[in-house]
Design a protein around this ligand. Sequence first.
Ligand SMILES: *Cc1c(COP(=O)(O)O)cnc(C)c1O
Length: 363
Amino acid sequence: MSWRDRLRDEVRALRAYEPEGVGEGARLDANESPYAPEGAEREAAMAALADLAWNRYPEPGVPRLRAAVAARLLVDPAWVTVGNGSDELLPILCTVFGKPPPGRARASILIPTPTFSMYRLCAEPLGLEVRELPLGPRFELDAAALGRAVSADPPNLVFLASPNNPTGAWVERAAVLAALAPAESLVVVDEAYGGFSGRTHRDLLREHPNLILLQSLSKVGLAALRLGVLVARPELVRELDKVRLPYNVNAFSARAAEVLLTRFGDELDQRIAWVASERERLFEALCALPGVEVFPSAANFLLLRMARASLVAEALRARGIVVRNLDRPGPLAGCLRVTVGTPQENDLFLLSMQNILAGASPP
Ligand SMILES: *Cc1c(COP(=O)(O)O)cnc(C)c1O
């Protein structure tokens, strides 16, 4: 017997997630914030870290971090659990709610596509079937079709990224309600980019026991911390906490985030607002480029569609700008995803796009 004989088929068929190589210049490919906490914020967080006992495990369940998160989201701490990034919460959800329905061999998830690749990547190795509901030609989500798909053959879990990655589209209230209404599936609304949209579906939590909300600190300037947040009713959170590894969030990240969220929430919000207003400027400027289709975005990135997108991505790279090239056969053919950067980075990106589309070679 070879070790290969023990490999799950689902894993053999997968490819590891590989972020694009880190280059010099403007990194507009990973939806990170161009702004990190600096000055007094950084000093306050570093001072708090200095007091940590390196020989001790983190406090079980990181209660102080959960309280800080809960205060920011205006929910009770019993409704909150945290993950090493919200990515870590996805396999936990698939495990806890992965019971095959009566008469079926496998549990399933439903995702509108294209969407965040991690839902599939987490569900498949655990043996869950992945069902897709294709978005429309301009990536619109048909709420009625979603409702029909959920009620006709209820999946265990529905994942709705709102705003969606990579399209940037906010998921309308009607679509969330259509997924929730049959009350037979858990509906996970992933608001990793929620801050940039100025809207939330959080208020639906009270009335809908099958709703789960995800949030992340990764896109708002704290990607290095790896902190994700889940909000759901306490009974449900308690089931998830049985499977979540006891010390999944490290004491350093927990402490730094607690300080930043409790003492510098306004500064965090200010940086989110800067990025959102730059997104609007970038959107207007890109709409003026000939041959470029720009999709409205409620997130910190914009999805573009154009002829010869891969060549444009290469030409941008030659100019020191990295964007996410999504151009391959399928629904995202011709698409690039560009993260909103600093005003200077965005200007450089715009100028480069103008030159590339006008057929100029790099300087
Ligand atoms: C980036 C992203 C996340 C965040 O993942 P983390 O593990 O918290 O960094 C979650 N959902 C979507 C849709 C994303 O694009």
